[in-house]
Design a protein around this ligand. Structure first.
Ligand SMILES: Nc1ncnc2c1ncn2[C@@H]1O[C@H](COP(=O)(O)OP(=O)(O)OP(=O)(O)O)[C@@H](O)[C@H]1O
Ligand SMILES: [Mg+2]
Length: 731
């Protein structure tokens, strides 16, 4: 049920007692009014009776006075006529002189001594009493006449006269009309014989007629007061019959029942109208109130809908306290929900971004891994080829005459050198490089390579370095570190064609400040190389670390420089980053983990301290026939003897036989068979007393497990010979 219906019911239920009260009051008012009317009627009737009595009294007095007139006594009728005329003047009456049968004088006519008109039959006058007469048709005036008669007690004249004062019943009629209140009342005057002498309604018709029915019976029974009856016009009425006055005349007032009921009906209609208006107004008010309650409540529904649609509903002010409170609460709930949704959205966004970042790192790591493996594989074979070529150059060189052939050979040697460094870079960016990290002091390091870096920067570019005091040593492979720094400086130089400045700054930072996802040391050295060159476009910056990405012309750049830098930094447990903007220069930042170990005092180069040696018995293990074909003659050329095995397994078997003695074992690392060069070296350390080992490798993911000397392919033959000599001498 709607609020409106409930309120309408409430109003109706509240209205019902009021309506009953109105009915009771209306009825009481009607009864009071009716009683008042009846009282007025009673009063009016009584007063009418008295007035009529007075009218008759006046005329009796006049008649009596005239009847005792001396002129009448003396029979001087003409004089009496004059007196009578005078007496009746202004009284609405006229005077008659009556004998028992005739009227002989009438002041309504001029005096006529011969005047004599017969009295209508039965004209009543009593010799010694008073009488009142009524005639519907007076013989002289030819209209209804009412009159009173006085007869002198004694008379000197022989003729006995009666003196009558006649008047028009219209006189009474006027009085009756005056008393006709209320207007619908029918007022009448009846004489002692219960004939109608005056009537407020249709007097012409009923004048002189006898009263009939219950009224007549009541008059005869002497019962005055109100009683229902029927008027002469046959109208049912409540009729009041007054007490008879001194002359036995009655005043009667009839109140038609129909009119009285009309009063009651009117009172009822008034009451019903009032109650109806009251009900109508109350219902209108209830509708207004229902609307003023219903609308705020429906607005709450809209607010709830807004919440469902994830909007914040407004806090409304409708003037309905409860609804406003709920609206406020919904508004607050909306705000809270919105805030929660925003926080949730932000967290989800962060989580998605973090996931994307992790995925990107993973993808990059996988890519590098794959490229690294590929590069490693290629580099291994490639290094063997380069070893063969460089050894061939070395062997050929003494035999090639000076001049163009020698220059051609030297050009080929330089190309081989370039190819060697290219393979080195390939290995490093693919993390295929076996790093040999050691504690490196930044100051010493910068000092040591200062000549190299100045050359790398070129004449147009000024280079400055600043290392903050207290910067601890880092744990890196010095060769790769050097290469990385040179790569960055080359880039800066290339970017600043017209010259500029390069600043190298080193500082210590806590692991937490590095932003690295995983840290391996409590502190890091932050090495910034800043240039004031043209900077990079966002696209270049985005791709700068990618291998083979270069903006340089074909042949000028390989796109491997920064790839090596990144690979070196990450492989060392740190990271590399670039900040750059067009026109604002470039900063390449290296983050490298510090170490508690101190750098070893620098040793003299092994090669530098070598002395010419004895002839050695060399056991050489090399699976690549091409390499062997060059290296074996080179070693033999230096006065040593060489026994060549194709695999480590063969070499092991030979050593186990123990038939031949060797001064040094020179082995490749990666070979077919069950053992690598490292395995063979380890086995020798444990099983063959006094046999030193020198290893050579183009590429190996495996770290050396023995103390054997490790040469990196392609190695200069001189280095090999020195290494073999030193190894043999140390035992
Ligand atoms: N300091 C710098 N200022 C402006 N651009 C730079 C800077 N360093 C690198 N770049 C941009 O990054 C690219 C990639 O550099 P990266 O060192 O990897 O390769 P490269 O210098 O082009 O070739 P490579 O180093 O192998 O000779 C460069 O081609 C250059 O566009
Ligand atoms: Mg470069």
């Amino acid at each position: 049920m709607k609020i409106r219906s409930r309120l309408l019911w409430l109003v109706f239920v509240a209205w019902l007692p009021s309506a009953l009260a109105i009915a009771v009051v209306a009825r009481a008012a009607y009864v009071d009014q009716k009683n008042a009317v009846l009282a007025d009627v009673r009063k009016a009737a009584d007063s009418l009776g008295s007035i009529v009595e007075r009218e008759l009294d006046k005329r009796f007095v006049m008649a009596k006075t005239l009847s005792s007139s001396s002129s009448l006594q003396a029979g001087q009728l003409e004089q009496f006529y004059s007196e009578a005329l005078r007496a009746s003047h202004g009284t609405a009456s006229w005077v008659l002189l009556l004998t028992r049968t005739h009227q002989v004088l009438n002041t309504i006519r001029p005096y006529d001594p011969g005047f004599s008109v017969p009295i209508a039959e039965g004209s009543p006058w009593l010799p010694a009493g008073e009488n009142i007469f009524f005639s519907m048709n007076g013989p002289v005036v030819k209209k209804p006449v009412l009159g009173v008669v006085a007869v002198p007690a004694k008379s000197a004249s022989p003729q006995r006269y009666g003196v009558a004062v006649a008047f028009d019943p219209g006189v009474l009629q006027a009085l009756v009309r005056e008393k006709a209140a209320p207007r619908y009342a029918v007022v009448a005057v009846m004489d002692k014989n219960l004939r109608v002498m005056a009537r407020s309604k249709n007097p012409e018709r009923w004048l002189g007629r006898d009263a009939t029915g219950p009224l007549r019976e009541r008059a005869l029974a002497g019962k005055s007061g109100f009683e229902p009856s029927v008027t002469l016009d046959n109208v049912p009425s409540l009729t009041y019959l007054g007490q008879p006055n001194r002359y036995g005349w009655y005043a009667v007032i009839a109140l038609p029942t129909e009119s009285l009921n009309a009063q009651a009906r009117k009172a009822a209609i008034d009451a019903v109208s009032l109650a109806g208006i009251l009900l109508g107004l109350s219902l209108l008010f209830a509708l207004y109130v229902a609307r003023s309650i219903g609308e705020p409540i429906l607005a709450l529904k809209d607010a709830a809908d807004a919440l469902v649609q994830k909007r914040v509903p407004p806090a409304t002010s409708t003037g309905l306290f409860e609804a406003d409170e709920v609206s406020k609460a919904l508004h607050n709930a909306g705000l809270h929900a919105k805030e929660s949704a925003e926080v949730l959205e932000a967290r989800v966004g962060e989580a998605v971004a973090r996931t994307a970042e992790v995925q990107a790192r993973l993808a990059e790591a996988q890519k590098r891994e794959a490229v690294g493996r590929l590069a490693g594989g290629v580099a291994h074979d490639f290094n063997n080829l380069l070893q063969t070529i460089s050894a061939a150059h070395h062997l050929l060189q003494p035999n090639v005459p000076e001049g163009p052939p020698r220059r051609i050979l030297e050009a080929a040697s330089r190309a081989t050198g370039k190819a060697t460094s290219l393979v080195k870079q390939m290995l490093s960016f693919g993390r295929a490089q076996t790093l040999e990290p050691e504690p490196v002091d930044i100051n010493d390091f910068l000092l040591k390579i200062s000549e190299l870096t100045s050359k790398a920067a070129g004449a147009n570019v000024s280079l400055r370095a600043h290392v903050e005091p207290g910067v601890a040593p880092v744990f890196v492979d010095p060769t790769q570190f050097e290469l990385a720094l040179l790569n960055v400086i080359f880039n800066a130089r290339d970017a600043m064609e017209g010259g500029g400045h390069i600043d190298i700054r080193a500082a210590l930072v806590d692991a937490a400040q590095t932003g690295l996802p995983e840290t391996t040391a409590p502190q890091y050295v932050q090495l910034d190389v800043c240039d004031d060159g043209p900077g990079m476009t966002p696209e270049t910056l985005h791709k700068a670390f990618e291998p083979y990405f270069t903006t340089k012309p074909v042949g000028a750049g390989s796109g491997l420089g920064l790839a090596q830098v990144l690979a070196f930094a990450r492989q060392s447990g740190g990271d590399a980053r670039i900040t750059s903007a067009l026109g604002n220069g470039t900063t390449v930042r290296l983050l490298l983990p510090v170490t508690a170990e101190q750098p070893a005092a620098s040793q003299e180069s092994a090669a530098g301290s070598s002395a010419p040696g004895r002839a050695l018995r060399v056991l050489m293990v090399e699976d690549d026939p091409l390499v062997a074909s060059v290296v074996v003659p080179a070693i033999e050329g230096a006065g040593h003897s060489v026994t060549h095995c194709l695999t480590a397994d063969d070499a092991k078997a030979l050593l186990q036989l123990g038939e031949r003695q060797f001064d040094v074992l020179f082995s490749d690392v990666v070979m077919p068979g069950t053992m690598t060069g490292f395995d063979l070296a380890k086995w020798c350390e444990e099983s063959v007393q006094g046999l030193p080992v020198v290893l050579a490798t183009g590429y190996s993911a495996q770290a050396p497990q023995s103390e054997a000397k490790l040469l990196k392919k392609p190695y200069p033959l001189q280095d090999l010979l020195v290494s073999l000599q030193q190894a043999a001498d140390q035992t």
